[in-house]
Design a protein around this ligand. Structure first.
Ligand SMILES: *[C@@H]1O[C@H](CO)[C@@H](O)[C@H](O)[C@H]1NC(C)=O
Ligand SMILES: *[C@@H]1O[C@H](CO)[C@@H](O)[C@H](O)[C@H]1NC(C)=O
Ligand SMILES: *[C@@H]1O[C@H](CO)[C@@H](O)[C@H](O)[C@H]1NC(C)=O
Length: 819
């Protein structure tokens, strides 16, 4: 503190010192005193402020002579001047206090009055007094306010201060407000620091009543005359968002067809808000919506249009309830319900569901049995889900409606796997919509096998021919039976039905391949033993139980020329010697003897032909080629040798032919006594003596024998009413020459059923033939008959008829001739 005051003093001292030095330098006289004047601003030029001459005590002339003048500092304006004539200080330039001093309260202008001769300086201080020359002024002519209508009473709004360039009392002294309903003015502050006003809300605003108002604010100063300035307070009543948006309907009920294309308008909601601006700007949004519905619908924020944005499916949801809210800018909202009823469109085809299926179905399923259960469904509603079901016509099935949407597929006729083994059943379901939708399903049903078909032979009876002397194992024929059943039910196995042929099991003759049905001969057959056999073949399937059928196979054995002719008469050489007597008087053509031969074969193979291969006197005897009769070819003369020897060949007609030969001895003599050496006849044919003895013996015996024969024939003749033949000779056929073992099993076929031998027994008679007809084997077995087995010969060497059937009479007559 001490330091600062010291400094001030020092500075004052310096200024004084400089002033003195300046005065000394310029040698002016020091000023006598300062002049002070007060002048009101805005005085016009030449306005006399005061008289300096008078104030300085100088005469005006001195002033003039001393060239008094007002100096200003370099660059500053000179507002006052000195009238040297009068000594008056006059205004040189109108002064504006406000300009010169602004808001300074004391506004003093300093000038210097310079007098020359001697130079004198006088300070002239000019205090400029304020004049109320300025009115209060508002910075903005329009003061704008935005006041919420919700502003409460007493709320203050400071107003812009008015400004008055004048000072003091001339400054702003007060404010007044145009009379209005809502506001009053409250003025604060003082003149010095300035006064300001506050707008005070006296009564609540209502934007809806009056949106804005202009109030004139007047500011007044304290000068006289009082000046004032005005501004307009422009009040915009701001919306207090006292209105919520209001929907035009509280519930919007719409119906929407399913499958509506995207973008379809569902409904447009509209809410109005009485508020303005943001407060009245309604935006829409869903306030409560299921996640699902949110994916299907959208609402336009601005327009309130609700659109489809997803696939609407009636079957998924039939009804949506959505709350939409309308919200204004400040968040006031109200809510409306939107109820969307989805209407059904026939967009779902019926669905066929196979609930159960009996597959495969056995072919013996009873008619009407249920084989499948189906269920039909349609997600649509009403007519659109009324379903009709049908199947195609060409199958033995039908659909029976069952409970609700169930149908059972039942058979309408018996099934037969062998005719139709599987079915494709197409079920078509059609709903009642328009247009109707339909769907179909194909059930593949296979029919399983039941062993309901026995094997069936291609033929009921088979005939097979096999040449005798076949090799064992030869295949004879094959039988085939077919069974349409499946797998083992249709697998056919063949067998022979056990039976006997001539007391021998058939299996020892034939065998059958169980799989192929080929019948083989087990052994070699002999036609001469039996000519045919009949066997039952059974075909059996592998089902359980098996089914079988049978067929008859007749095997016919065909003849082969395997038997050479057997000569029954005359007996072969060595066994017994037979000689025929030929009467000397025998005429040409008369029957001398007959060669009897048999052939166990049949047919051509047994067709015998006789030839003389060698004779004592060729040309004397001739041979019946087929009859075997030896006849005299020419009349016998005395010169003819008594003993004649013929070598006869008997040949059958087989391929190749077989033959046998025999010798026939003929004695030309009327008397057996003439036969000399019968014994030697064979060896000594030319010895006529022996021959004649022998002949004599023969003739005598023959005579006796003939007598005996005649007696027998007479008896027979009587029985037969008519004599069949005449005879004059006798023949002896030993029983040992009977053909052996003729067994006939079956008389059918192409072969003769029996053999007939014609035995020609000849005497010397040339006029009549003695014909001895017999049936060699007249005893034909009836069909199916079997021959009884004889102990020593399995094929039956005897002709015993089985089953006690009567043996037909064998007209067999032999005469024994013995020497
Ligand atoms: C059933 O359909 C199947 C497959 O399409 C076909 O192989 C079969 O032959 C059909 N059966 C009938 C009986 O039409
Ligand atoms: C054969 O038929 C029987 C009924 O007779 C049946 O149970 C079986 O399944 C059939 N076998 C085959 C292979 O079809
Ligand atoms: C063979 O078939 C016939 C008719 O087809 C029948 O009468 C007979 O009983 C069958 N025999 C056997 C052994 O099956």
């Amino acid at each position: 503190m001490a330091l600062s005051s010291a400094r001030a003093e020092f500075r004052a001292f310096l200024s004084v010192l400089s002033a003195v030095s300046l005065a000394l330098l310029l040698t002016p006289r020091p000023a006598r005193g300062d002049l002070s004047y007060t002048v009101q601003e805005e005085k016009k030029e030449r306005f006399v402020i005061g008289n300096v001459a008078k104030d300085l005590g100088l005469s005006p002339q001195v002033l003039s002579s001393r060239r008094a003048r007002i100096d200003t500092e370099e660059g500053s304006a000179r507002y006052v001047d000195v009238n040297v004539n009068t000594g008056d200080l006059v205004v040189a330039k109108t002064m504006d206090r406000e300009k010169l001093c602004g808001s300074r309260l004391n506004c003093i202008l300093n000038h210097e009055l310079v007098l020359e001769n001697p130079l004198e300086l006088h300070r002239v201080s000019l205090t400029i007094e304020d004049v109320n020359d300025n009115a209060p002024k508002f910075l903005n002519e329009i003061i704008t306010f935005e006041i919420h209508e919700s502003a409460s009473k007493g709320q203050r709004y400071r107003l812009d201060e008015a400004h008055d360039s004048d000072i003091g009392q001339n400054g702003v002294n007060g404010y007044s407000l145009e009379k209005n309903h809502h506001f009053i003015l409250s003025v604060h502050g003082n003149t010095e620091r300035g006064k300001y006003a506050e707008l005070v809300l006296d009564k609540e605003l209502d934007r809806e009543e009056q949106k804005e108002m202009d109030l004139v604010l007047t500011a007044v100063d304290g000068g006289t005359p009082q000046r004032s300035g005005t501004a307009v307070i422009h009040i915009t009543v701001l919306d207090a968002n006292d209105n919520v948006p209001v929907f035009t309907q509280s519930v919007y009920k719409v119906s929407l067809a399913e499958n509506a294309p995207l973008g379809t308008e569902v409904v447009t909601v509209r809410a109005t808000d009485a508020d303005e601006g943001a407060n009245g700007a309604v935006s829409y949004e869903f306030s409560r919506i299921s996640d699902h519905a949110a994916q299907l619908f959208s609402v336009d924020k601005v327009t309130g249009q609700i659109k489809v944005r997803g696939d609407i499916d009636y079957e998924e949801e039939k009804y949506y309830e959505i709350k939409v809210q309308a919200k204004d800018g400040s968040g006031s909202a109200s809510i409306a319900d939107i109820i969307i009823d989805i209407t059904d469109i026939n967009d779902n085809a019926p669905k066929i569901i196979l609930k159960s299926l009996k597959d495969p179905v056995p072919e013996d399923t009873v008619v009407g049995a249920e084989v499948a259960i189906i269920n039909v469904q349609d997600k649509d509603s009403g007519e659109n889900r009324q379903i009709r079901c049908s199947i195609q016509n060409n199958v033995p099935f039908k659909l029976n409606p069952s409970i609700k949407n169930y149908f059972s597929l039942v058979t309408t006729s018996p099934l037969d796997r062998e005719k139709e083994s599987d079915y494709n059943i197409t079920i078509t379901a059609t709903d009642g919509g328009s247009p109707p939708l339909s769907s179909s399903m194909t059930i593949h049903l296979s029919v399983s096998d039941v062993n309901d078909n026995p094997p069936v032979f291609d033929e009921q009876s088979y005939s097979a021919y096999v040449a005798e002397n076949n090799k064992a194992g030869t295949s004879i024929c094959s039988v085939t039976a077919r069974d349409p059943d499946w797998r083992q039910n249709g697998t056919v196995l063949y067998s022979l039905l056990p039976s006997e042929v001539n007391g021998v099991p058939v299996s020892s003759f034939l065998s059958i391949n169980a799989d192929t049905g080929v019948i083989h001969a087990v052994r070699s057959f002999d036609y001469e033993q039996f000519r045919s056999l009949k066997v039952q073949v059974v075909s059996r399937d592998n089902g359980s139980p098996p089914l079988s059928s049978n067929a008859t196979v007749s095997v016919f054995i065909t003849d082969e020329n395997d038997n050479s002719p057997q000569i029954l008469y005359p007996a072969p050489e060595g066994k017994s010697l037979m000689t025929e007597m030929v009467p000397k008087a025998a005429l040409s053509g008369s029957l001398v003897s007959k060669v009897i031969a048999v052939d166990a074969d049949s047919g051509q193979n047994a067709w015998l032909s006789y030839r003389i291969v060698k004779s004592t006197d060729p040309g004397l005897f001739s041979m019946g080629v087929h009859s075997g009769e030896i006849r005299v070819q020419r009349d016998i003369s005395e010169s003819d040798s008594m003993k004649q020897n013929l070598v006869i060949s008997v040949r059958d007609n087989g391929q190749p032919p077989l033959s046998a030969t025999c010798s026939v001895y003929l004695l030309i003599s009327d008397n057996l006594a003439e036969v000399p050496e019968l014994k030697d006849m064979t060896y000594e044919e030319k010895s006529s003596k022996l021959t004649s003895y022998l002949i004599i013996a023969l003739v005598s015996v023959s005579t006796f024998f003939l007598t005996f024969i005649i007696l027998i024939l007479a008896v027979r003749f009587c029985r037969r009413r008519k004599p069949r033949l005449l005879f004059d000779g006798a023949v002896a056929i030993p029983s040992a020459y009977l053909p052996p073992n003729y067994a006939e099993v079956e008389g059918a076929g192409t072969l003769r059923s029996s053999y007939n031998y014609d035995a020609y027994l000849t005497t010397g008679s040339h006029t009549s033939d003695f014909k001895f007809i017999r049936s060699y084997n007249d005893s034909t077995l009836p069909a199916g008959g079997t021959l009884r087995k004889s102990p020593d010969d399995p094929f039956g060497s005897s002709f015993n008829e089985a089953h006690g059937e009567e043996v037909r009479e064998t007209s067999f007559c032999f005469s024994f001739f013995s020497l």
